[in-house]
Design a binder for this molecule. Structure first.
Ligand code: FAD
Length: 482
């Protein structure tokens, strides 16, 4: 710890020597996350290893009047892990990456939040199990971050979002108390915490459901000369009653970016859209489902159809989809990824309007999306060094999210609200709604010091010390010191 430390003494003493960094280089590295539109250096970065250490840090922050933000891998695409303001302590979970238990019989794993998503599935693989939620960032993002964002992924169409795979959790709440919440314990507070983007407390343990790894998997890649045809093929697959494990679409610009990058997957050149479909389950189940899928695809006059169950070929086809956001770096230095949702039946019409908005704002716009559940990812590529480009990208973003809501959808399917979409909440909620949501949040964090300014606008508790919380509102038998 440097002698000229700016840190309040309680925080400085909360962890063993060397596990709180406040040098300028560290603060610079942690001033933003993958969203990168807003930058705020943290006061310092703390690296706890256990629930007890997180509790000590949070209590020290409360004593010192300092806010805090938890951070996993920083892959958040809505600014959730960007420190709030310049006086916020960043609680980094990379040293909390242990699997505390893995029970193959009950198919349950208890992990610390800093464990990387894919590493849990790798540890479960010898037992024929895996963790189903598979965000495209799964080789980097942490389970704590996945829970905080209620992350989705290509295979969530069939298997559900992260919340569907969480059985329980341990949280150090906004008052520095350790709460252990379980799905089966009356009101589903656990479900309330998942998706709260770090504003209810810091997750320190996650009890997760593992599922059997399917014995048969078949992947299809179909290319089309128009986006409309690809969307119609999706609608026909869904209405046939088949539930593919994944239904993903990339548009022409995304295909070109992927093929020019290290993620090149051999996607056909000259196509306006490629559709990835994956079926999984028992061999006979997959065999039966491939017939309606092929029928739907063939009815839309595809340019090419590739079908494979070979693991290497499947990995190649997925490499392009999973690397698509990374490949966007080839188009422009800055990327603004949106995450709107629309009813699947309106996909083609909304995409046409999105393209028109991109053209009007003169912004390079590409689309990669979870077609099965209507979760769009319009990617706005721009160069923030050019006057006006950032502003035009933001304006396009605003118009696209409003369009999604007007079409009966939402402003976020899986990337969260973070800083990014606070201004768009009014498309969905009235001021009264927001006040009620703020009251819910203050049950966990009365003074709004836990990742302030994310998900919800700062409410009346901030700076006033008021509290919506009655003492003991969270499960009392669980309010123990670790
Ligand atoms: C290339 C790329 C592809 C992506 N693909 C997908 C995708 O397919 N699906 C999807 O849903 N998302 C995707 N994302 C977004 C991102 O990966 C997810 O939101 C992910 O869940 C974030 O995990 P993280 O560990 O990086 O969390 P961070 O970015 O570090 O944090 C995210 C939020 O979680 C909070 N948080 C982190 N750890 C804790 C904790 N222990 N306790 C409480 N709060 C905590 C933070 O405060 C922040 O609000 C993608 C991102 C990238 C860069």
């Amino acid at each position: 710890m440097p002698r000229e430390s700016r840190l309040p003494v309680p925080i400085r003493n909360a962890l063993p020597e060397g596990r709180i960094l406040e040098d300028p280089a560290t603060r610079l590295v942690y001033e933003y996350d993958a969203w990168s539109i807003v930058r705020n250096p943290p006061l310092a970065v703390a690296f706890p290893e256990s629930t007890a250490e997180v509790r000590n840090l949070v209590r020290a922050c409360i004593e010192s009047g300092v806010a805090w933000t938890a951070r996993g891998a920083g892959t958040c695409l809505s600014g959730g892990a960007t420190p709030s303001g310049g006086t916020c302590l960043l609680i980094e979970t990379s040293r909390m990456d242990r699997i505390l238990s893995l029970d193959p019989e009950d198919r349950i794993a208890v992990v610390q939040p800093g464990r990387i998503n894919l590493e849990l599935s790798r540890a479960a693989a010898p037992f024929g199990l895996h963790f189903a939620p598979d965000p495209s960032s799964q080789s980097a993002s942490t389970l704590g971050g996945n829970l905080a964002e209620n992350a989705g992924g290509p295979h969530c169409f069939k298997y559900g979002m992260t919340t569907d795979h969480v059985l329980g959790l341990t949280l150090v709440d906004g008052e520095g108390e350790v709460c252990r919440l379980h799905r089966d314990d009356g009101l589903d507070l656990c479900g309330l915490v998942v998706g709260s983007e770090g504003t209810f407390g810091v997750l320190t343990e996650c009890e997760l459901r593992l599922i059997p790894t399917p014995t048969a998997v078949r992947t299809f890649l179909a290319s089309f000369s128009s986006m409309e045809a690809a969307c119609r093929a999706v609608a026909k697959i869904v209405s046939s009653g088949t539930v593919p494990a994944a239904l993903e679409i990339l548009d022409r610009l995304s295909i070109e970016a992927v093929e020019a990058s290290v993620f090149a997957a051999g996607y056909p050149k000259g196509a306006d859209a490629v559709l990835l479909v994956e079926l999984d389950g028992e061999e006979d189940e997959v065999e039966a489902e491939r017939i309606p899928v092929l029928r739907a695809v063939q009815s839309e006059a595809p340019l090419e159809v590739e079908e494979t169950s070979d693991p290497e070929q499947r990995a190649r086809l997925w490499r392009g989809r999973k690397g698509a956001f990374g490949a966007m770096g080839r188009l422009k230095p800055d990327l603004f990824v949106l995450d709107g949702v629309v009813p699947p039946s309106k996909l083609a019409a909304v995409l046409a309007e999105i393209t028109a908005i991109g053209r009007e704002q003169d912004i390079l716009l590409s689309n990669v999306f979870h077609a099965g559940d209507g979760n769009l990812h319009p990617n706005l590529s721009f160069d923030g060094r050019n006057p006006g480009e950032r502003e035009r990208a933001m304006e396009a973003g605003r118009r696209i999210l409003k369009l999604c809501v007007d079409a009966g959808g939402s402003i976020s399917g899986e990337h969260g609200i973070g800083f990014e979409k606070i201004e768009h909440l009014s498309y969905l909620f009235s001021p009264t709604d927001l006040e009620i949501l703020g009251e819910v949040r203050r049950c966990f964090d009365p003074a709004e010091r836990c990742n302030p300014g994310k998900v919800l606008p700062l409410g009346r508790a901030c700076g006033e010390g008021s509290s919506a919380r009655r003492p003991g509102i969270l499960p009392s038998r669980e309010r123990e010191d670790p």
